[in-house]
Design a binder for this molecule. Structure first.
Ligand code: ASP
Length: 442
């Protein structure tokens, strides 16, 4: 049995929701359906979730949210008419209006898009509606309570016929609604998949799958046929985002594969994201490729520290990292040489005072021969289990960059041989990605 989650574009209007129903009705194993709120119908449109945030702003400004809520009522009216179902959401909208006008918070308001979308989908599919508030639990600090949730999902859902569950939210023990971060319906789908022990978690979106590289940089990249959880982690850390990053944890615990699929092109196989150990033990096979994907991000900075005989100075790295910790700076990478250590940090949210203080403290506390601070570095991760023990991968990457006249500022390769990370100047970022892509797609 499967869990299928449909994103905002799939739930955007009657036409797309009809496609969703076709997909579900043509699959006997489609048992648990998780839905997002209606998203954008076309570029420039506003998602229902954002319209709900506007309701809160209108209430804070004008005392009531009625006019803002009207837009959402109209959107659902249009959907219900387009689907030709008998459903009157007036009682639900009355409660929502009263709650928001009575002071309900942002989490409650924003969760109502999924709540209503779930009611519509359940009606259309003739399925049971189970409110996420009854099965997804957060603690009083607002942290997701995975074990209580898992138990509740098991108790309430296992053995049911077709069920629709709204994504994105749950409740705290005091009954207050709490949401995940934006895009969190992906997380709900993964939680349900674990709780019911699904054979697979299908995540239906509006693209054919994970791409080998960002299509804004490289035209028409290939779709990745299969990705392990570890590869996904490396690629999404570097900015490849098709799936909410937190959705990996529940399914990984239960060794369930995720299949990214396209509602608007259902015959495409999409991307399979599979448990790493099942892939390693040969339970899943894919076309042999050296590199699975390339991802990257700009605007990192590097603190380069040089000191003679650094290698024989006990505790040098610890003292260096302590300085960063004191300033609450997260470490991204730490390439090192015999007498050098480079600390790569994400510079996007740093203020110059912090950096100056860090550099001063390094000088005072570590007495290095030289400290340099370099900004404007882009990191590119070349990821794939295929490079493990395959000779020449690094030389192909560096050769391609050399031929493209890209200066490499930093190299970091994990011992797992799952990735090679290269630092280049921000200005060379796109050129570097295209050169590496071309090298491995000849
Ligand atoms: N509707 C929420 C959002 O727009 C959650 C989701 O779609 O996954 O972020």
């Amino acid at each position: 049995m499967k869990v299928l989650k449909f994103g905002g574009t799939s739930m955007a209007n009657a036409a797309s929701i009809s496609k969703v129903a076709e997909i579900i009705n043509s699959d006997d194993r489609a048992r648990f359906i998780v839905v997002s709120a209606p998203g954008k119908r076309e570029p420039g449109d506003i998602k229902v979730t954002d319209l709900l945030y506007e309701c809160i702003e209108a209430r804070d400004r004008e005392g009531v949210c009625d006019a803002a809520l009207e837009k959402i009522i109209r959107r659902f009216d249009e959907i219900i008419k387009g689907l030709d179902i008998k459903l009157d959401l007036t009682p639900e909208f009355n409660v929502i209006r009263d709650q928001i006008n009575g002071g309900a918070g942002r989490d409650y308001a924003s969760s109502r898009g999924e709540f209503l979308s779930g009611i519509v989908a359940a009606k259309l599919l003739n399925a049971r509606f189970v409110d996420a508030g009854d099965i997804i639990r957060f603690d009083m600090e607002g942290n997701f309570d995975s074990e209580t949730t898992n138990r509740l999902v098991g108790q309430r859902l296992v053995g049911s016929d077709r069920v629709v569950i709204p994504g994105f939210y749950g409740k705290m023990p005091n009954g207050k609604v709490k949401t995940f971060s934006r895009g969190g319906s992906d997380v709900t789908g993964a939680i349900i998949a674990r709780g019911v022990g699904a054979e697979i978690y299908e995540n239906w979106t509006d693209v054919d799958g994970f791409m080998t590289v960002d299509p804004r940089i490289q035209e028409d990249p290939q779709i990745i046929e299969m990705l392990t959880y570890k590869e996904l982690r490396e690629l999404s850390y570097m900015g490849a985002n098709v799936l909410h990053p937190e959705s990996i944890f529940p399914v990984r615990k239960a060794d369930i594969a995720i299949n990214i699929r396209n509602t608007f092109n259902p015959s495409a196989p999409g991307t399979m994201i599979v448990p790493t150990k099942k892939y390693m033990s040969g339970q899943y096979t894919r076309t042999d490729r050296t590199i699975t994907g390339i991802a990257g991000k700009t605007d990192f900075a590097a603190i380069y520290v040089e000191k003679s005989l650094m290698n024989s100075e006990l505790g040098f790295a610890r003292r260096l990292l302590k300085i960063l910790e004191r300033h609450n700076i997260l470490l991204e990478h730490l390439p090192s040489g015999i007498d050098t250590m480079t600390v790569v940090i994400d510079a996007a949210n740093l203020c110059p005072e912090d950096i100056n203080a860090v550099l001063r403290e390094i000088n005072e506390e570590l007495s290095p021969n030289n400290v340099e601070y370099v900004e404007g570095i882009a990191l590119i991760a070349v990821v794939g289990h295929g490079m493990n023990r395959k000779k020449g991968t690094a030389s192909r990457v560096f050769g391609a960059l050399g031929d493209a006249d890209v200066n490499i500022r930093m190299i970091d390769q994990g011992s797992s041989e799952l990735n090679i990370i290269i630092g280049v100047e921000n200005g060379d970022y796109k050129k570097a990605i295209r050169a590496i892509y071309a090298e491995f797609n000849k």
